[in-house]
Design a binder for this molecule. Structure first.
Ligand SMILES: NC(=O)c1ccc[n+]([C@@H]2O[C@H](COP(=O)([O-])OP(=O)(O)OC[C@H]3O[C@@H](n4cnc5c(N)ncnc54)[C@H](OP(=O)(O)O)[C@@H]3O)[C@@H](O)[C@H]2O)c1
Length: 455
């Protein structure tokens, strides 16, 4: 049987205890999962100790591969080892090492593995090797960045944070980030609550506000997806899930004896309407069209929380960029197949933000007392759609010349396609920059490459 060994190492400017502590906490496993893999965590028990178990599935097209890992060695603060008990490899042993250095911690990952049996497995070795290089490149960079973000508030108290929309793209990333930083997350869910969760039903105006007792902050992200055909019924769901949902959150906060200090509520750059010819900042007024109307009503619904003495931050979120989902998640298979290209005129502006920068911005909003009101959550360099297509082609090494005419977008997606795909807005993060927020991702291509574990 062929056995392959691979070794990855990064020096981190954080002490061994900090780096070990981060790995030990719930949330770290999901932070380390590559965004381009469709991974579902089924079970995790035992922390890093010997006997700890992690079970997850990875979906590849129609197939779902189950992976069971058991921890077989653990020397706290020095090393731990996990081994695949069931999974896609014939064998997989992963040693994680933490060594002190004069300036921090040397983090090393050594994997020793054998491919699945037979000729096919042996032929797959170069691909599997490259896949691991991508994965560990991503993991080390994300570990470093997450630790940096947490270090900025290391002296502040850990928080208890309620999150609505916690199963979504942004909510799940934020919850994993916060728990890996030692914060407690109260998941506000519409179904299948687990102990400690807060059950709510925004459509019926019901919320278990007792489950929110003691929360320091609420991050409100819930809302029906805008990325599907806007039938009259779905438009109603988009609007009502946001407006009624927000009113319900405010109502729950009102009923609490001890209120959270801050409500960070999602909004969207759709607030500005379809405006191509001007640079938009938080000073700009709202625009026209369905999304702008929803945005205005959504933002207005949280206003009464200020009368309750709760600081309110409105994150006007741009196009969230991650291989894990959202717009990029949908575009990737098209571009990987070489069928991507300009949509309509290609001149429409795309104001994007890397998912991890958004998570970091929401994290800052929990602590920074002078953050309030609308804040554009977008990267400093929006791009036009045809440039976005070209960059995606370059990053993926695929042609990206196939045009999609406007008429095809209108026919396939109706009003949603007109506003979201053919329309756009050039939004700048004026307040984030004035507040001194540091973006990790400023260039769209670099953000995509990081999210795919590419150089
Ligand atoms: N992703 C983007 O590019 C982007 C851009 C601009 C603004 N935003 C806004 O940012 C927020 C989070 O975005 P996201 O990408 O994480 O969205 P997402 O993946 O669609 O998740 C939204 C979550 O909202 C909850 N939800 C869905 N339908 C609902 C309904 N009818 N009533 C109440 N809750 C409902 C769901 O959580 P549960 O099932 O757990 O309740 C869902 O997981 C959203 O409000 C979105 O509009 C996102």
């Amino acid at each position: 049987m062929s056995t392959v060994s691979q070794f990855f190492q990064t020096e981190l400017p954080h002490g061994v205890d900090t780096v070990w502590g981060w790995h030990e906490r719930p949330g770290a496993f999901l932070r380390l999962a590559p965004p381009w893999e469709s991974l579902t965590l089924l079970e995790r028990s035992g922390g890093l100790d010997v006997g700890a178990r992690t079970v997850f599935t990875i979906k590849k097209g129609p197939l779902s591969v189950r992976w069971e890992a058991h921890h077989t060695a653990c020397e706290p603060g020095r090393r731990f080892v996990d081994e695949q008990r069931k999974g896609p490899f014939a064998s997989w042993i992963h040693e994680h090492r933490f060594e002190p250095t004069p300036t921090g911690c040397l983090l090393s990952d050594e994997v020793t593995w054998s491919p699945p049996g037979g000729l096919f497995g042996r032929l797959a070795i170069p691909t599997l090797r490259t896949g691991n290089e991508r994965m560990f490149r991503f993991r080390h960079r994300r570990t470093e960045r997450d630790l940096d973000r947490h270090a900025a508030y290391a002296e502040k108290p850990r928080l208890k944070v309620a999150i609505t929309g916690v199963t979504g793209l942004v909510g799940s990333a934020l919850a994993a980030f916060l728990t890996s930083g030692g914060h407690q997350v109260v998941r506000v869910v519409r179904r299948d609550p687990e102990p400690g969760d807060c059950l709510w039903d925004p459509a019926r105006g019901q919320i278990d506000h007792q489950a929110l007792v003691g929360v320091d902050a609420v991050v409100h992200l819930a809302g029906a997806s805008v990325a599907q055909r806007w039938t009259p019924t779905h438009k109603q769901a988009i609007r009502e899930s946001r407006v009624q949902g927000t009113r319900l959150v405010v109502d729950a906060i009102r009923r609490l004896e001890q209120r959270p200090r801050v409500l960070v509520s999602a909004s969207a750059i759709g607030f500005y309407g379809d405006r191509q010819d001007e640079e938009l900042t938080e000073q700009s007024g709202s625009g026209e069209g369905f999304l702008a109307e929803v945005g205005k009503a959504w933002e207005a619904a949280s206003e009464p929380v200020e009368e309750l003495g709760v600081r309110r931050v409105l994150a006007r979120i741009g196009i969230v960029t991650t291989a894990a989902g959202g717009v990029l998640g949908r575009l990737l298979p098209i571009f990987q197949g070489g069928a991507g290209g300009p949509v309509g005129s290609g001149e429409q502006w795309v104001s994007w933000i890397a998912l991890d920068d958004l998570v970091a911005m929401l994290h800052c909003a929990l602590y920074e007392q002078d953050w309030s009101g609308p804040i554009n959550a977008v990267a400093p360099r929006p791009i036009q759609q045809r440039d976005q297509a070209q960059i995606l082609g370059e990053v993926l090494g695929r042609p990206a010349f196939t045009p999609t005419p406007s008429i095809a977008v209108k026919t396939a997606f109706g009003e949603m396609g007109e506003q979201l795909l053919l329309g756009g807005q050039r939004v700048l993060p004026a307040r984030l920059q004035a507040l001194g927020f540091r973006f990790d991702e400023v260039e769209f291509g670099a953000a995509v490459a990081h999210s795919l574990g590419l150089r």
